[in-house]
Structures are given as structure tokens and as C-alpha cells.
Design a protein around this ligand. Structure first.
Ligand code: AMP
Ligand code: GLY
Length: 442
């Protein structure tokens, strides 16, 4: 389903390079979660890539890349490292360094980097900016109003219907969205966001509550050109049956049987392409991975949110299905060279996140994890580490989400059975997981 919209007037402003010159490319991946592990894994399959660094990485990534003890927000140090090591391409995983301008900084120094400018990253970092672009381009999304004043917001919410969705207008590590099921809950959330400044001083977007299955549509974007990737569905709630608190994602799978080819065309033509155009017209062309968090509502497909980077944990189930060379795909975006054909395996991939007990609330770290070698003997299984480190030669838990166990299969249920069998072999005293990932399609 390759899509190619040629727009001659847009040329990336960074340096360009021909792939023949970089047969032995050195790549730096910024970040240290499951998404970055999946990106490192995909890069390790490239015929062009000779050496991969990852900053800061984790215990799993360390088996496939050299980990550098720099945080993703240490952009000065990362640039210094990239220049010193003659890195050919830097790929940024998380949104925080992108919003802080890591891509602008690298490009200004003449370094090739995959990721949008800080201005283009506002599609994720500012909910009101994203809404304005969508409104201007007629992109279907929930109706909304933006407020800075608590009393005005409260009056509007009281006059409207419940449930209502309240979104803090800035990066809030996934905690800035409240789906209020009662007027009291809405009032408390508004107080939190506008009176107590829980996430800092800012605006709140009050949004219409939509219903329907959500899905994640990621695409490579350069200016007005859009190349869609395979679809995935995330599971945000902590417990089975989509109950419990929202998390960073407890599992995912790809492809999605409930999304039709017409849905895909609609999402590309009416959502992804117009937003890429909107950013271009705004003077901040997007260069990197644009993530559409979409919902198939009874009134059609609508946008829930945009992200300016690969989704986590969607990347861990999408990239294992990729049959094309990811380095050439990244290079096409960075250099403005032709995009190779993007091919996908027919296999289904599903992944279960193993999280520390207590997550997304308080949890403790440092528990030993056993049984990983045994699990990896099955070629259909891949494990992407999310929050792990090594102590005394043992892999230990080091985060809320610890690892994602993925498996491929000819059908989703075969993949699910393989993944759950693998999960059953992993021994650790402090982990839990959902058992119903993929339930919407099984
Ligand atoms: P976001 O961070 O914007 O993706 O929001 C987190 C989650 O809140 C989404 O994945 C949805 O499940 C839910 N959500 C956000 N906006 C809406 C909406 N307008 N209607 C219903 N649910 C929503
Ligand atoms: N899976 C949702 C996200 O990456 O933000």
C-alpha cells in the first residue's frame, strides 16, 4: 500500500548522502525502551548498518548495540558523541528530546538525524496546536474548546455532556488526559490542570467524548510526502477487560482485521496527508515518523491524538513484520531520496508487556528475571526490553514496564498462544501482565 505524493518544492535542509557511500553505516539510536529496542533490532537487519550505538539503551539493547551512558535529553552531549564517532545517522525514539529541539541541533551541526524539528513536534507537544492544524485542514476529530481560565472551563463543562475529555496542553508523560465520567471528576481534573498547575502553567483542551475501537496509524513523513506503515492496536488499561488505570501500553498486535482497505485510504487521504500538508503550510514541514492515534467511531474515523515519533508498544509489533531495509527508509526521509518499496510479512505479531507489580502506580525495582534464554530458543519469539538492567551478570527489573514478549504466527491466535507460552517460562517475583491482548480481534 505504498503511497507517494511528490512535492518538488520541499527539500530537507540537512545534509544528504548517497547510500553507496554508507555501506558501513554507524547509527545512534536515542532512547532506552522497548520501542528503541525494536528500532535497534530492525536496524541490525540492515545490510547498510555496521555498528549501532544506543543512548542510554537497556540490558536487552546491550546485546545488539553498544550502550552509551547518556540520557535522551542530554542533547549537547549526544551531538558531541555523534560528531566524535562520525555517526552517519541518528534516530530519535522519545518525544521529549524532539520537543526540546534535538533534530534542529543536529541538523544545524550538519548531522543526519531522523526526527522532526521542535516546531513540527508541536503536533504532539501542544494539543491546541494539533487541534488548530486539524481544524484548518478539515481533519475529522472530536469537537473541542481551549481554556486558560478555570471558571470559564468549569462553566463550559457544566453546560455540556458527560463523559467529557480534558487534555492538558503540553507533554505530561501520558498523564495529561482525563476521561471524566462525572461532573465531579471533571471539576477535580480542571482544578488539577488549571488551578494547581500540576503539569505547569498551561491551557486545557475540553473535548467531546468519542466511542469506538482505537488504532494506531504510523507513517513516515517528509514534508507533504506520506508513506504509511502497518497498523497496530495498543491496550492502554492496566488490567484484563480494559479495566484499571491508563498505562503507557500493556500490549499490542498487528495487523488489524477490523480496519478495512477503505478505512486505510480514508485515514491516509483525510487525516495523515492533510496534517502533513498543514504542518508544511505552517512553515514547519514534518520530517520523521508521524503517529496518528485514531478511533473508528460510528460517525467515521476520527483523530484522538498525534505523536511525533514511533508509538510504544506498537513499534515492537510493527517492525518485526517489516521486510524492507529500515536504514534505506530512514535515509529516504532524511535525504529526500526515493523511498524503497515498503514490504510487510503476512504474519501476525502480538506482544504482552510484563510490568512491575504496582505499575502504573508505585513499584519497586531490582528483581532478577530468569528463563529468557529458554524463551528465545523459539525463533517466532522476540523479547524487547523496556526497563531492565544487569546486576552481577543477571537481568533485573529497572522500570514500570519491564519487557514486551512478542511472537509471530500465521494467525493472531497462533501468535497469541506462542507469546503466552513464552511469558509462562519467564520467572520473576515481581511482574504482572494482561492475558487478553488482541481480544478485540480474536
Ligand atoms: P491521548 O493521550 O490523547 O491518546 O488520550 C489517552 C486516551 O484517552 C486515549 O487513548 C483514549 O482512550 C482516551 N481519549 C482521548 N481522547 C478521547 C476522546 N475524545 N473520546 C474518548 N476517549 C478519548
Ligand atoms: N502507544 C501510545 C504511544 O506511543 O503514545
Amino acid at each position: 500500500m505504498g503511497i507517494f505524493v511528490t512535492v518538488p518544492e520541499y527539500k530537507p535542509d540537512g545534509p544528504t548522502i548517497t547510500l553507496e557511500k554508507v555501506k558501513d553505516a554507524k547509527v545512534l539510536v536515542v532512547g532506552g525502551g522497548g520501542r528503541e529496542h525494536a528500532i535497534v533490532d530492525a536496524l541490525s537487519r540492515s545490510i547498510y548498518v555496521k555498528k549501532i550505538f544506543c543512548a542510554p539503551g537497556n540490558a536487552g539493547i546491550a546485546t545488539q548495540a553498544k550502550c552509551i551512558p547518556l540520557d535522551d535529553i542530554q542533547t549537547d552531549e549526544l551531538l558531541e558523541f555523534a560528531v566524535h564517532e562520525h555517526i552517519d545517522l541518528t534516530v530519535v525514539g522519545p518525544e521529549v528530546p524532539l520537543s526540546a529541539g534535538i533534530a534542529d541541533q543536529f541538523r544545524a551541526a550538519g548531522m543526519r538525524i531522523f526526527g522532526p524539528s521542535a516546531a513540527a513536534a508541536r503536533i504532539e507537544s501542544s494539543k491546541s496546536f494539533a487541534k488548530e492544524i486539524m481544524e484548518r485542514k478539515g481533519v475529522p476529530t472530536a469537537s473541542y474548546r481551549t481554556f486558560t481560565d478555570y471558571d470559564e472551563a468549569l462553566e463550559y463543562v457544566k453546560a455540556g455532556s458527560i463523559p467529557v475529555v480534558l487534555k492538558y496542553d503540553g507533554l505530561a508523560a501520558g498523564k495529561g488526559v482525563v476521561v471524566a465520567m462525572s461532573p465531579e471528576e471533571a471539576e477535580a481534573a480542571l482544578k488539577d490542570m488549571l488551578l494547581d498547575d500540576r503539569f505547569g502553567k498551561g491551557k486545557v483542551v475540553v473535548e467531546e467524548f468519542l466511542t469506538g475501537p482505537e488504532f494506531s496509524f504510523m507513517a513516515l513523513v517528509r514534508g507533504k510526502e506520506v508513506w504509511p506503515l502497518a497498523l497496530a492496536q495498543d491496550h492502554k488499561r492496566a488490567f484484563d477487560g480494559d479495566r484499571g488505570p491508563n498505562t503507557g501500553g500493556m500490549g499490542a498486535y498487528s495487523p488489524l482485521p477490523f480496519i478495512t482497505p477503505e478505512d486505510v485510504d480514508y485515514s491516509i487521504e483525510k487525516i495523515l496527508k492533510p496534517v502533513a500538508e498543514g504542518l508544511f503550510e505552517e512553515g514547519c514541514p514534518f520530517e520523521g515518523l508521524l503517529y496518528g492515534g485514531l478511533m473508528k467511531t460510528p460517525q467515521g474515523i476520527k483523530v484522538i491524538e498525534f505523536n511525533c515519533r514511533f508509538g510504544d508498544p506498537e513499534t515492537e509489533v510493527v517492525l518485526p513484520r517489516l521486510e524492507s531495509d529500515i536504514y534505506t527508509m530512514f535515509s529516504a526521509v532524511v535525504d529526500g531520496t526515493p523511498m524503497p518499496e515498503i514490504r510487510w510479512s503476512e504474519d501476525c505479531v502480538i506482544g504482552f508487556v510484563l510490568a512491575s507489580k504496582g505499575y502504573p502506580g508505585k513499584y519497586s525495582k531490582g528483581y532478577e528475571i530468569d528463563g529468557l534464554e529458554d524463551v528465545l530458543a523459539d525463533p517466532a519469539v522476540r523479547i524487547y526490553h523496556m526497563g531492565t538492567s544487569v546486576k552481577g551478570g543477571k537481568v533485573i527489573t529497572a522500570g514500570g514496564r519491564v519487557m514486551m514478549v512478542t511472537a509471530s504466527g500465521e494467525t493472531l491466535s497462533q501468535a497469541r498462544d506462542r507469546a503466552l507460552a513464552a511469558v509462562g517460562k519467564i520467572r520473576c517475583d515481581n511482574l504482572f501482565h494482561r492475558t487478553d491482548i488482541g481480544h478485540y480481534s480474536l
